[in-house]
Structures are given as C-alpha cells and as structure tokens.
Ligand binder design. Structure first.
Ligand code: GRF
Length: 263
C-alpha cells in the first residue's frame, strides 16, 4: 500500500479549500491523509468541516494573545528558543514604514502564537502543512522549526492571484480593481516573505466585462479546489525539486516538476 503523506492544515475562515483537500484524500485521488486542522479563529467554519470528517482540530487564538500582550502590566513571555533580533533581521514581512514599537509588538505576539502552534502541530507528526485561507503570516521562527527533516520546504500556501502580482490579503479584489482581464490563483511554498515563496502551481481564468467581484471569487475558488489537491499530490509523489533560477541575480530558487513515477 502507498504510504500516505500526513497533511496538517491551518484555516481562518470557511474552509472550502480544506474541504477540497479532505474530499480528494477521502476519494483517494491524492496519496494523503489529513492529520489535523488548526485555526487562529475560534469561529472558523473550516474547523467544523474538519470535525465532520473526524479530523482533530485545535485553536491558537491570535487575537486573544495580542489582547493579552496589550493589557496593562503584562510582561510578554517569549519562547525560550527564540532570538528576536535574529528573527527580525531575517524576516521580509514588515514594511520599512512600520515603527520600531509596532514591529516589536508584531513579532513578539506572533512568536508567542507560533510557539503554541508548533506545540499543537507537534502532536500530529505532519509531513506537510497546508495554509488554506490562513490569514496570518508565519515568521522565520515558525518556518525554520517546521521545515526540518526534508529537502523541500514543508509549508504550502494558496493565494488568490497570479503571483508575483497582487500579493497580500485581497488577491481577487486587487486583480479586479486593477482592471485585469485574467485572474488566477497560485500554490507556493512559504518563505520569509509574504506570498513570495517558490511557485508550485497556478491556474488562470478570464475576467469578463460584466463580472462582479463575487463572480471573480467564485470562478477563482473553483480553480483553487482543483489546484491545491494537485499540488499536494505532486509533493506526495516526490515530483517537486527546488533548483536555482537561471536568470535571477538574487539566486532565487524555483520549483521544478518531474514526471510522475510509473505505475
Ligand atoms: C481563498 O481564496 C484562498 O486563496 C485565500 O483565502 C481564501 C480561503 O477560502 N488564501 P476558503 O476558507 O478555503 O473557503
């Protein structure tokens, strides 16, 4: 029997991508099994979807952690194994315009949340973590601790635009407002930047003159539900390799897809 890839998922919202992955796993169209689903949002509909399929769930309530940090007379307790200065030197998430105080608050609260995430995820021994509408960026602290024991990165994300265009929180909205005639979605590995990691797969779709933003989102999601399981299957079947990009001065790594193994 084929060894199944153990997949953990993080969601913040309705979880239709998570559902597509669960369905693909249950119908054996991908060689993967969902081992857990977590969320930063206690109300995330994705958690209910997971529970319906007997997938263990957990919550790391980022908003509560941030509130606690902001409360008067609170001393932030950072994880023992983190070096804030070194993490902030490596990140590519925050804009130069962010004040030092805001930046410190951002990283301290994320580190506390990420230590809790790592602890929860640690119980499930996942091979791959998929961000499926998880609306929090991950810092180098989390990424380096999760990306161990594999030649490939172990965290994937799905983004609702054709990267590298329209990174950020509203990919479909930004695509539509820009007046693009084609939209798309992208699955990529997660690196230290926001939506900047090596691209694994993309789908595109036409944007027609009378389309509303709701039309674009609906069309895009249909594509996402196919693309994400496909990319997970490429990972499960060892068809992905990272190679240096030939033309790139900044030594960018890109994903090469090799042929499916026979049989
Ligand atoms: C999707 O459009 C995904 O690309 C983006 O967030 C949305 C999540 O939708 N990152 P759902 O929760 O999977 O339905």
């Amino acid at each position: 029997m084929t060894q199944l890839l153990k997949v953990a998922a993080l969601v913040s919202g309705g979880g239709t991508n998570l559902q597509a992955i669960i369905d693909a796993a249950e119908s054996h169209s991908i060689a993967a099994q969902l081992v857990c689903a977590g969320s930063d949002n206690p109300q995330a509909g994705g958690l209910i979807r997971a529970q319906r399929h007997n997938i263990p769930t957990f919550i790391v309530d980022y908003s509560a952690i941030i509130r606690q940090y902001d409360a008067p007379n609170t001393v932030a307790v950072l994880p023992d194994d983190c070096n804030l200065t070194e993490i902030m030197a490596r990140e590519r998430l925050t804009p130069p315009t962010m004040s030092p105080g805001q930046r410190e608050r951002f990283f301290k609260t994320r580190l506390m949340a990420e230590a809790a995430l790592l602890k929860q995820l640690g119980a499930f021994g996942a091979d791959l973590l998929v961000l499926a509408g998880f609306m929090r960026v991950l810092t180098p602290y989390f990424i380096d601790r999760f990306n161990v024991g594999s030649q490939l990165p172990r965290i994937m994300n799905i983004h609702p635009a054709l990267l590298p265009s329209f990174s950020g929180v509203d990919g479909y909205g930004d695509t539509w407002r820009y007046g693009c005639k084609v939209g798309g979605c992208t699955v990529h590995f997660v690196d230290y930047g926001e939506d900047t990691g090596p691209i694994i797969g993309q789908r595109s779709f036409p944007i027609l003159p009378d389309d509303t933003l709701a039309d674009i989102k609906a069309r895009g999601l249909q594509q996402e539900w196919e693309l994400y399981p496909e990319c997970i299957q490429l990972y499960a079947r060892n068809q992905l390799t990272l190679v240096p990009s030939s033309g790139s001065a900044a030594s960018r790594m890109i994903v090469q897809i090799t042929a499916a193994p026979a049989g």
